[in-house]
Design a protein around this ligand. Structure first.
Ligand code: AMP
Length: 403
């Protein structure tokens, strides 16, 4: 791989397509952009290159394919040097089921398998396939690589991934814990080992990815051994608008006593719960912190439940690891909210964690490093970089050097 090799990264949502061109060696982003409101009456697109922001309106109904066409013709057409440096396209794919425990070169069989996994991630895998097909059309000369959110968690032992349901549901339907945010947990656990100056194989971390979606993972010697998201991204921590852990009896009650349809339940659990649902104000942690400071009861309660649930998981994940070398905070909230970190560390006093308040306030907005007092269990802030893992994996696969 030459120093100027670049990877185009594509991350598709149901009505959006994000793209970035990233140097797999340094993680440096050369170009990034997004097409939004795709399929609607007024889709738009914006991108940044060399600090210069540009945008354009797209034709009504423009698709994922239209965004990639504009990327090729309009944006890369004016950046021939960058185009020539592209060696691969890396696609973020949410669900790889039990089929993929690492990133793979995409061929027809991989496409069929991702399609097969769509029943496990109906909101995520179908748009990923749209992105893959569009990129294959528009970049026929480039190898395409799929990087799965679930792959890092394929190392979970049976006792961590099985639900206590009839075993036939696992055997016949593959209903089990898969876990998500794998690239982020992998990136920050590797980075934490580096910061601690320890070999990855001898480092145990608990990595808390706290963003609008949130999950936590126990990583033992570089392998995920437990994680909080389940078959879907609904389980586990309190999230922006998702409920996380819930007594399944509540769903039966809502269906039977209040006649909630499955669509209504889906919406309730995915879009109306979490920080937004509790606070009745917002899913945005910043807004909630401001409101809580002004005495808003719902905001205070939402943040407190968030921290308490998080601390309980950290305590639980200490069990499989036995010795935890570092607790790692990442994601928009983990990297920036000194308030959430302080309250969580407060609960963790029972496990002898002690916060260094000054370091906690200083380590925000992209800064990295410890926020615990020396001589106490280590807590670190490590900004995540999922794009770098995708670029790195794609480059390693096309140059024949994947771990
Ligand atoms: P993400 O999904 O990783 O982009 O994270 C989004 C979440 O990070 C939102 O809840 C934001 O409010 C939160 N966030 C971003 N910046 C800050 C900040 N400075 N303080 C508190 N929360 C923040």
């Amino acid at each position: 791989m030459s120093h100027s090799s670049q990877v185009l990264i594509i991350n598709t949502g149901s009505s959006s397509l994000k793209f970035a061109i990233v140097d797999p060696l340094s993680g440096k982003e050369q170009l990034s952009g997004i097409g939004e409101a795709l399929g609607s009456a007024s889709p738009r697109m914006e991108w940044v290159h060399d600090g210069v922001e540009q945008d354009c309106r797209l034709d009504a109904g423009a698709s994922h394919h239209s965004v990639i066409e504009i990327l090729v013709e309009q944006i890369l057409g004016e950046l021939p040097v960058l185009s020539e440096e592209l060696i691969a396209v890396g696609h973020r794919v949410v669900h790889g089921g039990e089929y993929f425990s690492s990133s793979v070169l995409i061929d027809q069989q991989v496409i069929n398998t991702i399609d097969q996994c769509a029943s496990l991630a109906p909101l995520h895998n179908p748009p990923a396939l749209k992105g893959i097909r569009a990129a294959m059309d528009e970049f026929p000369q480039l190898p395409q690589v799929a990087v799965f959110d679930t792959a890092f968690h394929q190392s979970l032992p049976e006792h961590a991934y099985l639900y206590a349901l009839p075993y036939s549901l696992y055997r016949d339907q593959r209903i089990r814990r898969y876990g998500m945010h794998g690239t982020s947990h992998q990136f920050v656990s590797e980075r934490a080992a580096l910061l601690l100056g320890r070999p990855l194989a001898e480092t145990n971390t608990i990595t808390a990815h706290l963003g609008n979606g949130a999950s936590i993972t126990a990583v033992q010697g570089g392998a995920s051994v437990d994680t909080s998201m389940g078959m879907t991204p609904l389980e586990g921590l309190v999230m922006g608008t998702r409920c996380g852990d819930l007594d399944p009896g509540v769903l039966i009650h809502l269906a039977e006593s209040l006649n909630h349809s499955t669509d209504k339940l889906k919406n309730l659990l995915n879009r109306e719960s979490g920080l937004l649902g509790i606070s009745e104000l917002s899913n945005d942690c910043r807004e909630l912190e401001q409101a809580a400071a002004q005495g808003h009861h719902g905001a205070k309660l939402a943040l407190e439940i968030f921290c308490y649930r998080l601390a309980k998981y950290i305590a639980a994940y200490t069990l499989p690891l036995r010795h935890v070398h570092a607790l790692v905070f990442t994601g928009g909230i983990g990297e920036n909210s000194s308030w959430i970190r302080e309250r969580t560390m407060h609960w963790l006093g029972a496990l002898s964690y002690e916060l260094d308040r000054e370091q906690n306030e200083a380590t925000r907005f992209g800064a990295e490093g410890p926020i615990s007092r020396s001589g106490t269990p280590v807590a670190l802030v490590v900004p995540t970089n999922e794009e770098w893992i995708i670029a790195r994996d794609a480059a390693a696969i096309v140059t024949g050097g994947l771990r």
